[in-house]
Design a protein around this ligand. Structure first.
Ligand code: GDP
Length: 396
């Protein structure tokens, strides 16, 4: 009997298309059930029509249920069973858990620094080498010089060459450069009946879509409900990827049924669905094509404007690939000019020894690193903690 019910449910899911699949999950997860029949697999108006309307304060785009797979697909038995919804672990203390991975990639830097500092003679040449090592680790010239100057004074004042004491002085200087008093919290609290909105921006390939999925997992692990908006409408693969992340953890996904649809329209629909379904946080993935600055500004500006009609954009997270060094910093500059970035997500820190980028990018943008990616696993995104980071470098 139970099997029969499952088979019937699967048939309903397949006939109804992706949107219905989401509704099934939504009902189970969210007591404040929607008035509307289903979360749409897509939205919206024809290209170029929805955006300007919305930007001028027009009404929501017409809801057009798009279930691309609905008419053609045969019913069961080929249908896969609905995926099991996972219960992700909470995000607290993740960096400590991932510390081994961080140490593996970053401890070489600490090793070289401590090696230089333990030389018999700390002469001019050695201090130059220390500065060069920091610059090679992508820390940036000015912070590297500052750190060396401060450390030099400290070592002199302390009059010590004891390894542990020197390590402790280096630790303090690194922490000062990383910054211990920046607000690195993610603002994901609801605003009354409105969800918090997190906009995720960055160049394609940096790990942007994975960050959306991993962040959704982490927030769900922390007890929040999440809706994902696939506003990168230029890459169907990105929406598919987001959908897979969503299905695994029970996050609703709003996407367009049509490639190249207006991203602002999808973002708008995602936020509206988030409001209707009483979701805590809406995470919007955006396109990161390297096109003109003006184009980027138009697109992100419009997405933000449109969302702001109904909700507050609480976070604009810029995703940067830590392995791209100066190139990454250039990208960061462009994004910071077109949108108010509130936090940086530094991905692939497991794949580079150049952890100094944390310091350089914060300095460049005046915005804190809030999250770091340390692998491709679903729970390899961690809140950034300066202490754990510096300890991973110098082996504290
Ligand atoms: P997008 O094009 O910016 O959306 O990038 P994706 O999310 O598709 O990620 C691009 C690739 O980077 C994928 O293979 C991810 O698994 C990988 N990736 C993302 N974050 C990390 C990370 O922190 N560490 C490592 N090693 N790989 C990552």
């Amino acid at each position: 009997m139970e099997q029969l019910i499952i088979i019937l449910a699967v048939v309903v899911v397949v006939v109804g298309g992706g949107g219905t699949t989401l509704l099934v999950r939504t009902r189970r997860r969210l007591p404040r059930a929607p008035q509307r029949p289903a979360l749409r697999g897509g939205t919206t108006a024809a290209p170029g029509t929805a955006g300007p309307d919305l930007a001028e304060g027009g009404s929501a785009p017409p809801d057009v249920a798009r279930s691309p797979a609905a008419p053609a697909r045969p019913p069961a038995p080929a249908a896969p069973p609905a995926p099991e919804v996972e219960k992700p672990p909470p995000s607290a203390g993740r960096l400590v858990r991932l510390r081994g991975r961080l140490a593996r990639s970053q401890s070489a830097l600490g090793g070289v620094l401590l090696g230089l500092l333990s030389r018999d003679r700390l002469d001019e040449e050695t201090w130059d080498e220390i500065e060069e090592t920091l610059i090679t680790a992508d820390m940036g010239v000015t912070p590297a010089r500052q750190l060396v100057e401060e450390l030099r004074t400290e070592v002199k004042v302390a009059g010590t060459r004891d390894t542990e004491e020197v390590r402790s002085l280096l630790r303090t200087q690194l922490l000062t450069q990383v910054g211990t008093d920046l607000d690195r919290s993610l603002h994901t609290g609801r605003h009354g009946d409105r969800p918090a909105v997190v906009l995720v921006v960055g160049v394609n390939g940096t790990g942007k879509t994975s960050v959306c999925g991993k962040l959704a997992r982490a927030l769900i692990g922390d007890g929040q409900s999440v809706l994902l908006g696939a506003a990168d409408t230029f890459r169907a693969a990105a929406a598919d990827q987001l959908q897979t992340w969503g299905e695994r953890v029970g996050a609703q996904v709003v996407r367009s049924g049509r490639d190249g649809a207006d991203p602002a329209s999808v973002a708008f629909d995602a936020v509206n669905q988030g409001i209707e379904h009483g979701v805590d946080v809406v995470i919007v993935d955006t396109a990161g094509r390297l096109h003109t600055k003006a184009g980027l500004m138009d697109e992100l500006g419009k997405i933000k404007r449109v969302i702001s009609r109904h909700a507050t954009v609480d976070e604009v997270l810029l995703v940067l690939d830590a392995t791209t060094g100066q190139n990454g910093l250039r990208q960061a500059r462009v994004f910071a000019e077109v949108v108010d970035v509130t936090g940086i997500v530094l991905t692939k820190l497991d794949g580079t020894a150049k952890g100094g980028i944390v310091i350089a990018v914060q300095r460049e943008l005046g915005v804190p690193v809030k999250l770091v990616g340390l692998g491709e696993g679903p729970d390899d995104l961690a809140p950034f903690e300066p202490d754990a980071f510096v300890d991973a470098i110098i082996g504290g």
